[in-house]
Design a protein around this ligand. Structure first.
Ligand SMILES: Cc1cc2nc3c(=O)[nH]c(=O)nc-3n(C[C@H](O)[C@H](O)[C@H](O)COP(=O)(O)O)c2cc1C
Length: 465
């Protein structure tokens, strides 16, 4: 399948063309800091050629939803390092999706402050998710021109932080009616300064942000997500073909990694003047690589990459319930259906507990296995590895390095990766099961020609330690 072959999006190398679509899962803490569970969630899905994170707030001001992560504080940046490290260890590439929710928020999740937007126009006909239930949208406060400029600065700072956190690039969330999208669409941008009015003025904010992101990241490491024909969050432009064609043509002046384009949903039929096929209307206008998204399955994704419509396809809901999606596409296995009730918020259930394919042939071992262990009692880490050493040896394994990668501390629990070489997948798996680890997840890193096992869970030292 062409979908499983490697490709390049700018400077991003993908070992297959399957992309983990950005998905907000509301599992950060109140300070916008992600924890070990989120590291595990991304590691489980790092079989994708490219991992795009959930939308990440660029500033406290950008936040619109409870328990969503940020990338403005040192603590948040530190926490993301564990994710980038785990995804890289699995041989994949990861970009952070940069988010400002604009008017899609509520004062209940913003310490009493009203959401901000290009103009003081509230979303009609929808309600917002708050800690105390669904609420009508409030009229947002219109940003001053100086505040718009300061927001562009916030994006730049977030882009720098993403670099510090070890990401391979960033994606501007320009879709689904969040702040950049609000500037583009005339229904909600009625500004009279240089950021409103003509198409060129409405596109100015997005283009300024993109220039800054490229300024930080350089060539081929910045992408943008657009949904020209999605009316969600009140994104009803009078002429999306003209607006988004202009924007894409201007984006061509920047050395971007990719354009991430959403297909229309059936709802678009309500707007007869909109383009019927978003991908054929807009993708050809872009000079670089395109990722397409929206309801793709194995056959339609393969068709999209073979007929040249896109270089890669991103999967959202299918990746929630199928952490080993690439493997399932490879062997044409049935896909599990995601439980929507656990999409947003909660704990491990519906997040990191979806099983991998049962009974599928284990990947052939060709090299090293990365093991990331969590040891309950920090003082026992040395004892633990001393004990685990002979156990690993008894399964034919050899510890190559341990404890040499900066650890992440979550509460009192240090997480120290170490590298172990096993003669086979079966030996590795048996060893970890015997060692009392939980949840061995096999990930395949095709391009690097080795298979990786990331094992996490509480592992009390074997008896006698
Ligand atoms: C739980 C959930 C959270 C999502 N959060 C985001 C997000 O943070 N950023 C974004 O651009 N899209 C988000 N989306 C949209 C997905 O990226 C994707 O566009 C959508 O699910 C359609 O793709 P699919 O048909 O493969 O699921 C989310 C979707 C789901 C199901």
């Amino acid at each position: 399948m062409k979908l499983l072959t490697s490709t390049r999006l700018g400077k991003l190398h993908l070992h297959n063309r399957v992309v983990l679509a950005p998905m907000t899962r509301n599992r950060a803490d109140a300070a916008g800091v992600i924890g070990a569970m989120t590291v595990r969630y991304y590691a489980q899905r790092a079989n994708a050629g490219l991992v795009i994170t959930e939308a990440v707030n660029i500033s406290a001001e950008a936040k619109g939803y409870p328990m969503t992560p940020g990338i403005w504080s040192a603590e948040q940046v530190e926490a993301w390092k564990a994710v980038t490290r785990a995804v890289h260890a699995a041989g994949s590439t990861i970009v952070a999706q940069l988010w400002h929710t604009g008017r899609v928020g509520h004062s209940d999740v913003r310490d009493g402050r009203l959401p901000v937007a290009p103009s003081a126009i509230a979303i009609q006909g929808q309600q917002h998710f708050t800690p105390t239930g669904l609420k009508d949208y409030e009229e947002p406060r219109a940003l001053t021109t100086d505040e718009v400029r300061a927001t562009v600065d916030d994006y730049e700072r977030a882009a720098r932080n993403a670099k510090a956190a070890g990401f391979d690039g960033v994606e501007l969330h320009g879709a689904f009616g969040y702040l950049p999208n609000q500037f583009l669409v005339d229904a909600c941008n009625q500004r009279t300064d240089i950021y409103g009015g003509s198409i060129a003025n409405r596109a100015r904010f997005v283009l300024e942000v993109m220039e800054r992101l490229v300024g930080v990241w350089g060539e081929g490491r910045v992408g943008i997500r657009l949904s020209p024909t999605l009316a969600y969050n009140g994104m009803v432009d009078s002429d999306p073909l003209a607006t988004f064609s202009y924007l894409i043509q201007e984006l061509n002046a920047l050395p971007l990694a990719y354009l991430h384009l959403m297909r229309a949903t059936p709802d678009a039929a309500r707007f007869p003047h909109w383009p019927k096929d978003t991908i054929t209307a807009f993708a050809p206008l872009f000079n670089g690589a395109t990722i397409v998204n929206g309801g793709y399955d194995r056959a339609s994704a393969e068709a999209a990459v073979t007929d040249g419509a896109a270089q890669a396809v991103s999967f959202g809901a299918p990746y929630v319930a199928n952490p080993d999606l690439v493997r399932r596409l490879e062997v044409d296995a049935p896909l599990a259906v995601a439980d929507r009730s656990t999409f947003y918020g909660g704990g491990e259930r519906g997040y990191v507990d979806y099983p991998t394919l049962e009974g599928g042939a284990p990947p052939a071992a060709r090299g090293y296995w990365l093991v990331q262990a969590t040891v309950g009692d920090p003082s026992r880490f040395a004892a633990y590895t001393t004990v685990a050493g002979p156990l690993i040896a008894s399964f034919g394994g050899r510890v190559l390095a341990r404890g040499d990668v900066a650890e992440v501390v979550e509460g009192e629990v240090p997480r120290r990766p170490y590298f172990v070489e096993f003669p086979s997948y079966a030996a590795a798996r048996s060893c970890f099961r015997s060692a009392g680890y939980q949840d061995a997840v096999a990930l395949r890193a095709g391009a690097a020609h080795f298979d990786i096992v990331i094992v996490e869970g509480l592992a009390p030292p074997p008896s006698g330690a």
